[in-house]
Structures are given as C-alpha cells and as structure tokens.
Design a protein around this ligand. Structure first.
Ligand code: NAD
Length: 490
C-alpha cells in the first residue's frame, strides 16, 4: 500500500473543521480512504462522533446568533463567496486531480466540468447575497394607517449531507446558497469521498469566512449523519443521496418539524425520435449514460428509441460505447474511470447478471475490466420497461434501450417509473416538445442536449427523486424563512 503524493494534488488537512480549527475526532478514531482506481491509501480521516456534531453545531449556532457572519451585510458576504470562487479557480488542477483520485472519475470531467461549476455556483450566489428581499403590500387601514411587508431571514444552522459521486459540485450547491442567505453550516461529506469538501473548507477560510461559519464533520452516515438529522439546533437538513436514506431522513425530520431538501436518486428517460440527428444524439446520449461511470443522478439510463430507427441507433450506440477509453482517472484521454468501491462494483455486476437472467439482450459490454480497481465496461442492454435494470437506479455504466411505436406509448414508458428527476428529448418537433415537457413527470427537461445543472436554474426531482428545490432563486429561498410584519400608525 502506498500513499499518493503527487505534488499537483491539493490534499487538505486530514481533520474535522470545527470553529475554524482542524481537529481530531473526539475519540481520536480514524478511518482509511483508498483511491478506488488503484487501492492506494489516500488519507486517514477522523471518524466523527455525535460529540463532534454537537461541537460543530454549537460553533455554527454561536456564529449565527452572535458572530460576525449574521451581522455582515449581504454585500460583504457576497465578496467572501466571490473570493472563494476565485480560489477554487486558481486551484482548479489540484482540486480536479484530488477529485479524480478520491472518486475515480476522469480528471477531464472534474477539470472541465465539476470544479468550474462549483466556482460558478459560488459566484452565482455571491450575486444573490445582497438581494434577499421581501415584499410590501397595499392593504386597507387596520385601526390606523397600515404598512405590511415581509422580510426574508436566514434559517440558522443548516446541516448538509453529501453523496460521494460529485462531492465538490454538490458541496457548492449546498454551501453557496446557505451562506449567501446568511446561514451557518455543518457539513458531512460521504465517507468514501470527503477530501475535496475538506479542501473547499480550507479555501473558504482562506477567502475570509469567519471561524465557525462552515464546519465539516467526516465519518459515517449512521453516526454523524444521524446525529445531525436528530440535532435540535439544526434548522434544516439539505441532503443529496439515495432515495432509501432520504426517506429515513424525512421520517426522522418530520416529528422534529425540521425543514428538509432532499435531492435523491433517478432513473431518467431519454426519448429519441426519427427526426433527430443521430450524429449528435448518440455521443451525448451515451455520455449521459456513462459520465462518471454512470454514477450520476441524472444519468439517462432508460433510452426509448422509435422503432423505425432502432437498428441504426443500436449499431451507432454499440460502436460508440466500444470506443470509450476506460482506465486510469488521471490518464490522458481517459473517458471512464473506476466505480467508487467494491460494494458499488458488486451491485452493478449484480444488476448485469439480473438483466441476463430476465432475458434482456446484451448489445455491448457486461463485464468487469481487470482485477485492480472497480472498472466496468460501458454496457447496453435492449429490452422492456419491466426489466429490473429499467426500473431501479443502478448508478453504474449500464443503459437499457426500449423501442416505442408512437408518442402515447413513449410518454407512458417514460413516466412509468418511480423516479422523476430529469428527461431528455431528442427531436426538433415543437408540438411534441411542448407536449412532452408539460406531461413528463420530472423536475428538469433537456431538449437536444444533456449536461450538468447550471447554478442559475432550479434543480429538483419529483416522485422518488426528491422534495424541494436546490439552485436558482428557489434554492436560495429554500435557505430562508419569511416573516410578515404589520405596522399600524395610529
Ligand atoms: P447514500 O444515501 O448512501 O449516502 C448519502 C449521504 O448520506 C452520505 O454522506 C452518507 O454517509 C449519509 N447517510 C447514510 N446513512 C445515513 C443516515 N442514516 N442518516 C443520515 N445520513 C446518512 O448515497 P450515495 O451512495 O452517497 O450517493 C448516491 C445516491 O445519491 C444516488 O441515489 C444518486 O442518484 C443520489 N444523488 C442524487 C443527486 C440529485 O441531485 N438528485 C445528485 C447526486 C447523487
């Protein structure tokens, strides 16, 4: 076992961040983090405890109630967020290498996508920080001259619980709007991939964020996450992760009347009509399935193709999938890296075996690559909507193609899912686009493209894909509460 020491990787302190100090866990316990692609030891991180959560929440609460953050003007808060965006950009390569090592995703995806988007998110919400406003109302007198208005206020301490698949970007989705609105934060990154969140916190201190405004507690979901959800001084939990854990959090937060935003799993449809230009459809449709090794909530892993173009589409998709370069996440030209863990590998290979047992036709892929790391071939099956692989989120590089004959059938198939995160329409027919964008049961629709969320646009899922919005004005307001004021002058 070796410790990775590449000089261009920006390793953060291997510690909890509580009240501006880098600390060990209260018990001193640590856990080991390995690079999924190689098995190299990357870090020994503190195994946080409920006592650590208490300390982090106390620091965040003190900062919120008495500290300089809650008294700072929106413009001053915005300057710090903007500075953080600059620091992320100046450390772009180091952060992207760290993300590639820790998550196993290709360096290029982090360098050109995830890390710049995190910077853009901080910059976007920096612009909102001095624009958190209420409304005024013209109402009849009420025993005297009346002025009624609302003010928007921060919630207090926000608890953020992160997944491992795109930790830098998703950390920015939670930190930037919460801080812009004037809240303080306790963050729990996923145990599998905490390093870039710690690095972001380090950069936030460098940007001038006062101690205690942003606290990070690493460790397990069952201990640290659970303690956060149950903590009486956390006003809101913003969670991104699996639907199963999201339901647990909702059940725990409900009786405490705690606000939640839950961004959960997906099983997103792509619908391809004969008028679409397959030269541009196939590479992007495939990227939607295989980006980040398929470990993307918005992965368009159910592909509905009009029967008249099925053979042509399958032939092109097979050729494209077989051209994808799978290998070292830091290697030149790598397009797909390693799954995150042995557990994820076993789960993905289990779904592939189930697809075979259920009679799906394998178009390409279907196997693990090598025996070091957790590499899986880009895999495509052809089948029907009732296959397990067409119903459940796999979170791996596996797509299912299902043919359809007319629009009514395509809509039924696309909506025939427990999930409702995103959908992609591949057509130029405006009547069809209007009908499907209205009738699809999803939070986000792409037409003739697929990509990551932009911080200016609300991001949300419906059905089993989530509760509440993140990003955009809606995501900012989700970090505030409204207060109604009536001023009566006699
Ligand atoms: P996960 O639910 O296993 O874990 C997410 C986080 O929850 C981790 O930090 C984990 O430690 C914590 N956790 C686990 N048990 C907990 C508990 N009992 N109480 C509190 N916290 C607990 O998810 P994952 O495997 O890290 O991420 C993959 C999932 O995330 C996929 O389903 C994917 O679709 C989803 N996801 C959704 C979005 C979105 O925007 N909708 C984005 C990215 C990922």
């Amino acid at each position: 076992m070796t410790t990775a020491t590449q000089p261009s990787v920006s390793f953060p302190p291997q510690a909890l961040l509580i009240d501006g100090e880098w600390r060990a866990a209260s018990t001193g316990a640590v856990y080991s983090v390995y690079a999924p692609a190689t098995g190299d030891l990357l870090a020994e991180l503190p195994l946080g405890t409920p006592d650590d959560v208490d300390a982090a929440v106390a620091a965040a609460r003190f900062q919120f109630e008495t500290g300089e953050w809650s008294r700072l003007s929106g413009a001053e808060r915005g300057k710090i967020l903007w500075r953080l965006a600059d620091l992320i950009e100046s450390d772009l390569e180091g952060l992207a290498r760290l993300e590639a090592l820790d998550v196993g995703r290709p360096f290029g995806e982090a360098f050109f996508g995830e890390i710049p988007l995190a910077a853009e998110t901080f910059r976007h919400f920096a612009g909102w920080a001095d624009k958190v406003t209420g409304s005024t109302y013209s109402l009849p007198p009420f025993g005297g001259d009346r002025l009624s208005y609302t003010i928007r206020q921060p919630l207090g301490v926000v608890g953020a619980i992160l997944p491992w698949n795109a930790p830098t970007m998703i950390a920015s989705w939670k930190i930037a709007p919460a801080l812009a609105a004037g809240n303080t934060l306790v963050i729990k990154p996923a145990a599998e991939a905490s390093l870039t969140t710690l690095r972001l916190a380090e950069l936030a201190l460098e940007a001038g964020l006062p101690a205690g405004v942003l606290n990070v507690v690493t460790g397990s979901g069952a201990v640290v996450g659970d303690a956060m959800v149950g903590h009486p001084d956390i006003a809101k939990i913003t969670f991104t992760g699996s639907t199963a854990v999201g339901k647990r959090i909702a059940a725990q937060a409900g009786p405490a009347l705690k606000k939640v935003t839950l961004e959960l799993g997906g099983k997103s449809p792509q619908i391809v009509w004969p008028d679409a230009d397959l030269d541009s459809v196939v590479p992007t449709a495939a990227f939607s399935v295989f980006a980040n090794q398929g470990q993307t909530c918005a992965s368009g892993s159910r592909i509905y193709v009009h029967r008249s173009i099925l053979d042509e589409f399958l032939s092109r998709l097979k050729t494209h999938a077989e051209s994808i370069v799978v290998g070292d996440p830091l290697g030149d030209g790598t397009q797909m890296g390693s799954l995150i863990s042995q557990k994820q590998l076993d789960s993905v290979l289990g779904y592939i075996a189930t697809a075979r047992e259920e009679g799906a036709t394998l178009l390409t892929g279907g196997s693990r690559i090598g025996d070091t790391g957790y590499f899986v071939q880009p895999t495509v099956f052809v089948g029907t909507n009732d296959l397990t692989i067409a119903r459940e989120e796999i979170f791996g590089p596996v797509g299912t193609v299902v043919p359809f004959d007319d629009d009514d059938e395509a809509l039924l198939l696309a909506n025939g899912s427990d999930f409702g995160l995103t959908a992609v329409l591949w057509t130029n027919d405006s009547a069809r686009i209007n009908r499907f964008t209205r009738e699809l049961q999803v939070g986000v629709v792409w037409v003739n493209a697929w990509g990551p969320p932009h911080p200016a646009l609300p991001w949300l899922g419906v059905k089993a894909s989530g509760v509440g919005e993140e990003l955009g004005l809606e995501g900012l307001l989700a970090n505030t509460r409204v207060k109604t004021v009536n001023v009566i002058s006699a």
